[in-house]
Write a protein that binds this ligand. Structure first.
Ligand SMILES: Cc1cc2nc3c(=O)[nH]c(=O)nc-3n(C[C@H](O)[C@H](O)[C@H](O)COP(=O)(O)OP(=O)(O)OC[C@H]3O[C@@H](n4cnc5c(N)ncnc54)[C@H](O)[C@@H]3O)c2cc1C
Length: 505
């Protein structure tokens, strides 16, 4: 899509300025959560508008450079559909296995690999990417991780383009880019319409806030929070004693490619960029993930403390991270000569922000849910399952390393529902999670499935003539998600395994 144009990609008539347009569902933000919501609802017959402020779809999973789905349960509904589409395009998507890792290299290896390496595994299948839980802590975890952890690297442009096609094929989704909402009109507990930055108005029966930083919910005055809750709030074992403003670290991701014919070299460091690390004695480790074409995605963990990003503001934080990754790349090439055969070919246009404001909704997912897991949770409205570790980046978060889980846990639909409104759901990393739970729950495929749940709920509620999300029986929502091949239980049902095998042939 060309910047500066509002794009209509479906068969529904274009919106016209000054002409209020009525939809069953309006979704704000077209990242993982927003895409899942819009597609699920449109596939079930709802008339949907998807409003995205940047000029392309995919959010952090495309523009933010996170061109990789981490291993984990869930991931079987819309993410699998997207995977199957991308598999038809040469070098658009693949599956990785672990290569080298500094924690698994003995003293005889010098220098050690400056992080973790993930390389394409042509023999792995999608099913292999659907589990993380059960890993012992580093460094003992090598055998387990090599056996069980496979992620899904992909090219961001076909990823975003395929999202557009999938939405367009429904014939019921209008995508507006680049468009942001500038106002919202509510009556009592109902949100009625949004004003967009071109002056137009969008009216809908249901709304989904998928803006990551929950701009719509905050604009409407919903109860939200930022930073780490104290242990006294929810009794979480990993929570700090006092509340604080610490946030999971920020990363600006970059891509490297082999030099064609040029001799290996260390790229020069501009005079105004220091060669020393910006915060501690050593540069952060990096996750170096191979793209299907052999390039590498470099994700330094992290480049900036989350609260520094929040206090600087987005554009100054992006500029500072841009400087820091030049120093990081210089460091990689200096300590590890193999990188001298590569050059930087791309820097993500979006800053990778892992954590921001979060809703305090009708239920707050906490570390207790993560620890209890599916075998201990008693909620009847679980709509997504996940098993990623409690996972923060950067010493500033005050939490050491990762806390792997022993079984998958579920996310209740109530985590998406603000207490203040009946027809609004929040389906993005800013949903109702504690800071500890958010560090686990935030992965791209999990967000896409939260979106799938919200979109499905909006479509079913519309079909049933309901005015509020919470009037929809949970059993109806879960039954529809299961019919869409969304994984909601563990062990994985044999029919789901058979479906995944069959479809991934
Ligand atoms: C550095 C980093 C590395 C990560 N690594 C991995 C990984 O390896 N694997 C993995 O699975 N996950 C990873 N994650 C997590 C995951 O990528 C994100 O948490 C997830 O993609 C967030 O999805 P989302 O839908 O909540 O938000 P986003 O993808 O951020 O989407 C929000 C969208 O809303 C739009 N928007 C914002 N405001 C407005 C507005 N006012 N009007 C209209 N649109 C608006 C934005 O432009 C954006 O497109 C990583 C995250 C980071 C930051």
């Amino acid at each position: 899509m060309k910047p500066g144009t509002a794009t209509q990609i479906a068969t529904t008539p274009p919106l016209q300025t000054d002409a209020p347009t009525n939809f069953d569902l309006a979704v704000v933000g077209a990242g993982s959560g927003g895409f899942g919501a819009a597609l699920a609802a449109a596939r079930l017959g709802a008339r949907v508008v998807l409003i995205e402020k940047s000029d392309s779809l995919g959010g952090n999973a495309a523009r933010g450079g996170v061109n990789n789905w981490e291993p984990g349960v869930g991931g079987t509904g819309i993410p699998f559909d997207l995977y199957k589409r991308l598999k038809r395009i040469p070098q658009a998507i693949a599956i990785y296995k672990f290569g080298r890792h500094y924690a698994w290299q003995g003293p005889e290896v010098n220098p050690k690999f400056p992080g973790g390496e993930q390389v394409i595994d042509p023999d792995a299948r999608y099913l292999d990417t659907l589990r993380r839980f059960g890993a012992p802590p580093l460094p003992q975890a090598e055998a387990f991780r090599r056996a069980h952890w496979h992620g899904v690297p992909y090219e961001p442009e076909p990823y975003a383009a395929e999202m557009e096609r999938m939405l367009a094929e429904t014939g019921r989704c209008t995508v507006l880019t680049p468009r942001a909402f500038t106002g919202a009109q509510a009556r009592g507990r109902r949100l009625e319409s949004l004003t967009l930055d071109d002056g137009s108005t969008v009216t809908a029966r249901y709304f989904v806030d998928a803006t990551a930083d929950i701009h719509l919910a905050r604009h409407l005055g919903c109860r939200t929070t930022l930073g780490q809750e104290p242990r006294t709030r929810y009794g979480e074992p990993s929570a700090p004693r006092e509340p604080n403003d610490r946030l999971n670290g920020t990363t600006l991701i970059y891509r490297i490619s082999r030099r064609d014919k040029a001799a290996p070299a260390i790229d020069p460091l501009p005079a105004d960029i220091p060669s020393r690390c910006w915060w501690a004695d050593s540069f952060p480790h990096a996750a170096c993930t191979q793209y299907p074409n052999g390039d590498y995605n470099i994700n330094a963990l992290p480049v900036m403390a989350g609260r520094e990003t929040a206090s600087l503001g987005y554009l100054p934080a992006y500029a500072e991270c841009r400087r820091r990754i030049v120093a990081h790349w210089h460091h990689l090439q200096s300590v590890f000569p193999e990188f001298q055969a590569y050059r930087v070919v791309w820097v993500a246009p979006g800053l990778g922000v892992r954590e921001g404001p979060r809703l305090i909704g009708r239920y707050v997912l906490t570390e207790h849910d993560l620890i209890a897991g599916l075998s201990g949770q008693t909620h009847d409205d679980l709509v997504t399952i996940a098993d990623h570790a409690r996972d923060t980046h950067g010493a500033d978060t005050g939490r050491a390393g990762t806390g792997e889980l022993t079984q998958p846990y579920g996310v209740p639909f109530r985590c998406l529902l603000p207490s203040e409104f009946d027809n609004l759901a929040v389906a993005c990393r800013g949903a109702s999670f504690s800071s500890v739970a958010a560090s686990s729950c935030r992965l791209s495929r999990t967000m896409m499935q939260l979106g799938q749940a919200a979109g499905t709920a909006a479509a079913l509620a519309t079909q049933q003539g309901l005015d509020r999300f919470d009037a929809l029986p949970s059993a109806d929502l879960r039954a529809s998600l299961k019919a869409q091949h969304v994984e909601l239980s563990w062990p994985r049902p044999p029919e789901l395994v058979a479906y995944l095998h069959h479809e991934d042939a």
